[in-house]
Design a protein around this ligand. Structure first.
Ligand code: SF4
Length: 331
C-alpha cells in the first residue's frame, strides 16, 4: 500500500534496508520547565514523563486517571539517584527493550532513544556518562535525544555531535508544539518560536537531524496556526515531525480548564481532519514519525473514545486516498 504521507517505516527501510526499532530510555532527568522558578510546567504535563510501554513497570495496575494522579500527587519527591544507579537503570531498560522488541517484532536493528523528560538538562559530564552508558549496550543504528529548544547550549551540542562516529545518525527531537508565540505563552512552554529556530540551526550546523514535535488542536488554535506551524517546520528544514492530538491528563492545569468548560479536545474525527490539513501544508519529504498520542488510559481524562493507532492511520489513509490528497499538496 502506498501511503499518502512519508511514513517513518518506509523511511527506515529505504535508508537501512529494514525496520529499525527504538529502545525508549528514561535517563532519570527532570525538566527546566517544572523547576520552581518557572512554575508547574506545560499546562498539559502530568509530571510522569513519556516512556515506552515496556518501561512502565511502576504504572501497571492503575485503571483510571484519578487513582493514578492521587498516587503521583501524594508521592514523596524522590532524590535524584546517583549516576551509578542511573547507568544501571539505563542498562536494564535497554536489555528489557531489546527482549520485548525482538520477541514482539523480531527486531534486529535498534536505536537508543532518550525519551522521557528533558534529556539535555544536566551538565556536560553527567550527560556524557549517561549517554555513554547507553551506547555501550549497542550496536545502535541511531542515537536519538529528546529535549526542549531552550536546553541546548554549545557544550551539549558539541557533545551530541561527538557521537556521530558511533552511530549512523544522531537525532534531536525538539518540542515546538506550535509556531504561535501567543499559544506557547498560553500553554506555558516558556520558550519561543525564535528559540526553536536557533536550536534547529545549531543542530544542522553540526550535522544532527531534527524531528519536531507538534500538538495539533491546542486551545485557541485552528487552521491559521496549523499552517503557520507547518510553514515554520518547512522553512527550517526539520527532517521529521511527530504529530500529537491534545490529550487531557489528570492533575494538570489543562484538566482544570477542561472541567471548567474553557477548552475542548479534538475527537478522533476532528483530529483526522486536522492532520489532513496539516500534512498537506508540510513538505512531502518530511518524515512523519507519529500521528496521535498514546497516553495510557490510567492517566487520560479526555478524549476517552479515540481510535487506536492502527485504526486511526487506516482511516486517515482511506480519507486521503478517497479525496486524492497527499502530504505536501499545499507546501
Ligand atoms: S517540556 Fe515536557 S517534561 Fe517539561 S513541563 Fe513541558 S511537557 Fe513536562
Amino acid at each position: 500500500m502506498v501511503e499518502c504521507w512519508n511514513t517513518y517505516r518506509d523511511h527506515l527501510e529505504k535508508v537501512y534496508g529494514k525496520r529499525v526499532y527504538r529502545i525508549g530510555i528514561d535517563g532519570g532527568f527532570s525538566c527546566p520547565n517544572r523547576d520552581k522558578e518557572r512554575g508547574g510546567g506545560c499546562i498539559y504535563c502530568d509530571g510522569t514523563g513519556a516512556s515506552a510501554i515496556y518501561q512502565r513497570t511502576t504504572e501497571r495496575g492503575f485503571t483510571h486517571a484519578s487513582s493514578f494522579h492521587e498516587k503521583v500527587s501524594n508521592a514523596t519527591p524522590l532524590l535524584v539517584p546517583s549516576l551509578e544507579k542511573r547507568c544501571a537503570s539505563i542498562k536494564t531498560q535497554i536489555t528489557r527493550g531489546k527482549l520485548f522488541l525482538a520477541d514482539r517484532y523480531k527486531a534486529e536493528l535498534f536505536s537508543a532513544y532518550f525519551q522521557a523528560w528533558t534529556n539535555t538538562y544536566a551538565d556536560k559530564d553527567t550527560l556524557k556518562t549517561l549517554y555513554d552508558c547507553a551506547l555501550e549496550e549497542g550496536p545502535f543504528t541511531e542515537f536519538i535525544v529528546s529535549t526542549r529548544p531552550d536546553c541546548l547550549d554549545d557544550e551539549v551540542l558539541d557533545l551530541l555531535e561527538s557521537y556521530k562516529g558511533r552511530v549512523q545518525k544522531v537525532w534531536v527531537e525538539l518540542g515546538l508544539q506550535s509556531a504561535d508565540d501567543a499559544t506557547l505563552a498560553l500553554i506555558e512552554r516558556n520558550h519561543t518560536k525564535k528559540n526553536y529556530i536557533q536550536a534547529v540551526d545549531s543542530l544542522h550546523m553540526r550535522g544532527i537531524g531534527v524531528c519536531t514535535h507538534v500538538i495539533i488542536g491546542l486551545p485557541g488554535e485552528s487552521n491559521r496556526q496549523f499552517s503557520e506551524t507547518a510553514r515554520l517546520i518547512n522553512s527550517v528544514g526539520s527532517e521529521a515531525v511527530k504529530i500529537h492530538n491534545l490529550d487531557v491528563c489528570g492533575g494538570t492545569k489543562l484538566n482544570d480548564w477542561y472541567r471548567e468548560g474553557e477548552v475542548s479536545v479534538a475527537s478522533g474525527r476532528r483530529h483526522l481532519e486536522n492532520c489532513i490539513y496539516f500534512l498537506r501544508q508540510l513538505k512531502s519529504d518530511i518524515v512523519i514519525e507519529r500521528m496521535i498520542c498514546e497516553t495510557p488510559q490510567h492517566r487520560l481524562v479526555a478524549p476517552r473514545s479515540f481510535p487506536d493507532k492502527s485504526a486511526f492511520l487506516g482511516s486517515l489513509h482511506n480519507a486521503m486516498e478517497q479525496q486524492g490528497f497527499r502530504q505536501g499538496d499545499f507546501a
